[in-house]
Every structure is written in structure tokens, then in C-alpha cells.
Design a binder for this molecule. Structure first.
Ligand code: DX5
Ligand code: ZN
Length: 230
């Protein structure tokens, strides 16, 4: 299994390019290039057309990406029934699974049980929260997760505008997490909004369009991480 950068980060913050913004016609080349340009992991947006109004990729894509790169994949499950997809994505090579606290399927299959199932499969577990969901919604699972993913756009599409109000949740959650737990932000992350998110307390930046549509991907990733003066 690939080394898990959430458990043993080589540095912080981590930059996680979102493959949703890559050229799907050249996916292997795109992820190889992201790795060469300094990505710390890959963010995989899975959408089922129910939980969000878009359809994207499934376990076969994760398996193909696993073969092309050594980067860990964090699978962001924007699906109604995340419990149905734990095994398929773990079998495909995902190193981390992140599901939404708002997922309707959790009414029957509680979040703690799902986290346990992900951990039993050898992966880290993350919980995602939508812009309109209060941070308190994840209070009961905070101690069990490896990652909290704050959505800074309404999930569904790449290239949307950052919702700055969610930084309040970042500040609230930062003080409640242990050093081993990561706090990620996803949606509309550019050098500028990424900087604001880091200042608020995030240590993982998910970035789609700003990385994959950049003319200088390596420079953009380094800038997101704060390696160069802005
Ligand atoms: C949105 C997805 C994001 C998205 C980010 O529903 O969860 O991961 O791909 O893309 P950008 O960075 O372009 O907003
Ligand atoms: Zn995402």
C-alpha cells in the first residue's frame, strides 16, 4: 500500500490537486505530471447524480490512477449512500475515503460505523461538510476521523467561486483537532484564497482548476504550499 500522507505528512500544508479539473482524455499523463510538479496526494471527486447534480468517476478510475502514480488518493464521496462504496474504492487502491456528514445513507448506517469500516480496510477516514452545514454537525465524530474537509463551494463542479464565510468553521474546528488530524478545504482554492485558508488553520489545500489549468503547475503548487513569496 502507498504511504499515507495524512498519517505521516512529509511537510504541512499538503497540496491535493483535484483530478476533476484534469483533462480526462489524458488522465494518466495528467496525474504523472501532477506528481512531477510536487503534488502531495490526489483528490478524487466521486459524484452520483443524486447527492450532487453531476456524475464523475468510479473505482475503475481510482485503479487506473493507482497504476499511473505513487501518490495516495483521497476519495471524496459526494454520494447519497457512501456505505455502498467503501469496499470498491478500497479495493481499487484508495488510501483515504472522505464522506459527507449530510449523506442521507448515514441515517441507517451511522458515521461512526462507516469510519470504523474504512479504518478496518486500512485507510484513513475523512468527514466533509457543505457550506451551509454548521461545524457542530461533526462534533460527535471529530475524535474518530483523520481529516475534516470543509467545502468552500457547493459541491458538484470545478471552477466555482470560493465562499469565504466557511473560514469561520475552519477557525472553530482548528482548536478542536489533535495534531495528527488534518483540516482540509475544497473549492475555489487559488493562491490568494489558499493563503486565507492556511491562515485560518487549514493544513490541506484541495485545488482543481488552479493547478490543472495553470500554465506553471509546479510553481502554482509551490505557491499554494507557501514555498515561494506571493
Ligand atoms: C467540488 C469538488 C472539488 C472541486 C474543486 O464539488 O469537491 O474538489 O473539484 O475544484 P476547484 O478547485 O476548481 O474549485
Ligand atoms: Zn472534492
Amino acid at each position: 500500500m502507498k504511504s499515507n500522507v495524512f498519517l505521516k505528512p512529509p511537510h504541512l500544508p499538503l497540496v491535493a490537486p483535484s483530478v476533476l479539473a484534469a483533462d480526462f482524455g489524458r488522465i494518466a499523463e495528467e496525474v504523472i505530471d501532477a506528481e512531477r510538479c510536487g503534488a502531495d496526494l490526489l483528490h478524487i471527486d466521486v459524484m452520483d447524480g443524486h447527492f450532487v447534480p453531476n456524475l464523475t468517476m468510479g473505482p475503475d478510475m481510482v485503479q487506473a490512477i493507482s497504476k499511473a502514480t505513487t501518490l495516495m488518493q483521497d476519495v471524496h464521496l459526494m454520494v447519497t449512500d457512501p456505505q455502498d462504496f467503501v469496499k470498491p474504492f478500497l479495493d481499487a487502491g484508495a488510501g483515504s475515503l472522505t464522506f459527507h456528514i449530510e449523506a442521507p445513507g448515514l441515517k441507517e448506517f451511522g458515521p461512526l460505523e462507516l469510519i470504523e469500516r474504512i479504518h478496518d480496510g486500512g485507510a484513513t477516514a475523512g468527514i466533509a461538510i457543505n457550506p451551509e452545514t454548521p461545524a457542530e454537525a461533526v462534533a460527535s465524530v471529530i475524535s474518530q476521523v483523520d481529516l475534516i474537509l470543509i467545502m468552500s463551494v457547493h459541491p458538484g463542479f470545478t471552477g466555482q467561486t470560493f465562499i469565504a464565510e466557511v473560514l469561520e468553521k475552519v477557525r472553530w474546528l482548528r482548536n478542536k483537532l489533535l495534531p495528527r488530524q488534518r483540516l482540509a478545504i475544497d473549492g475555489g482554492i487559488s493562491i490568494r484564497t489558499g493563503h486565507d485558508a492556511l491562515e485560518a488553520g487549514c493544513d490541506v489545500l484541495v485545488a482543481g482548476a488552479s493547478v490543472f489549468r495553470a500554465s506553471n503547475r509546479a510553481g502554482t503548487i509551490a505557491n499554494l504550499r507557501g514555498d515561494y513569496p506571493r
